[in-house]
Design a protein around this ligand. Sequence first.
Ligand code: ADP
Ligand code: RBF
Ligand code: MG
Length: 387
Amino acid sequence: MSIAKPLKKLVSAVILDLDGTLLHTDGIVSDVLKAFVVKYGKKWDGRETRKILGRTPLEAAAAVVEDYELPCSTDDFLTQFTPLLYDQWCKIKVLPGANRLIKHLSGHNVPMALASNSPRENIESKISYQQGWMGSFSVIIAGDEVRTGKPSPEIFLEAAKRLNVKPSSCLVIEDSLPGVTAGKAAGMEVVAVPSIPKSHLYTEADEVINSLLDLQPELWGLPPFEDCKSLKTWMEGALPIEPWHIGGPVVKGFGRGSKVLGIPTANLSTKGYSALLSEHPSGVYFGWAGLSSQGLYKMVMSIGWNPYFNNTEKTIEPWLLHEFDGDFYGEELRLVIVGYIRPEANFSSLESLIAKIHEDRRIAERALDIPMYSQYRDDPYLKGSSL
Ligand code: ADP
Ligand code: RBF
Ligand code: MG
């Protein structure tokens, strides 16, 4: 985050996808589908998620009806399913960094379009719950306003036309593979923010980032985020986020934190937290930790697959910034996560991984002393147990 990278390309407009890029729609869609297929005696196992991502509702419905062998037509499915889904739009969460990006671009008068495979009516109702979004996009173009949706480039070409800019001057931000393909076919620059942990599939994209928090607009000739710039000068790139909570008993990990790295991490179980974790991108974060019976501590943590060790499961690994006399497995640990440092990375040596984690610790320690982050040490959630 702190290393200056060369300019990739100059763009003058940004075209954003909606579902999975700005909004965490997948979670809501999966919840409604789960409840829906039960009515037909089927069990939703999430195997459709990849097929649904970035598709039109008709394509997605056809895939579900076929795969689950539902005794109804695709049209019947949509007639029954759609109203159930609409009732849930108000519950869709905004993905981390989306509000920040929209405010930033519109504040700098960067022309912005929203281009989604969803029908117009859906887009409007979904964004009506988000303050300031509607007015930020000078163009909104929906799946039912073009002949063919993504992966066809049509929707992006039409957006560029209406923005009155050349396709080659547009930057597309997309989470889905069909969306990335569409953007490239339109001759545009594409930043992928994969909503599934399969970034190696996104080879067509010009850049793959972990979350919108990692976007560097200046690489595309756009104004840099002011919060990053100002914080970087006195805090080396820690970024405030909307605080969120997670907690539970400390569980056994792979046993390598202390042994291999000299950095013990009090792992929390990911069970029961799949929704929360899919909403928050993997990465290195910091905040406050309440450990029952012991006290309140600063902490720096990684959430993700630990690319250096190539884990197959996501882990939650907080390092409490305090010297303890012994282990505290089984004790209740509660975290409030208030800032983001960087995406998880791979390293060429164990020493460089260790050095980076110590740098993370220094960033977290300093940041947690300033009021913007220190105020959360009083968060009642931390004292929920016996503190
Ligand atoms: P594991 O793979 O089981 O998580 P680690 O080597 O990462 O093992 O060690 C973590 C354990 O060490 C924690 O569960 C906790 O009981 C203990 N521990 C001691 N000091 C700390 C600390 N400062 N931060 C986190 N855990 C600590
Ligand atoms: N593992 C990685 O593979 N890549 C990382 O970038 C990374 N960053 C970390 C940052 C912090 C603050 C902490 C506490 C851990 C990080 N780790 C990372 C996880 C480390 O690999 C993990 O704690 C060990 O694998 C122990 O299980
Ligand atoms: Mg650990």
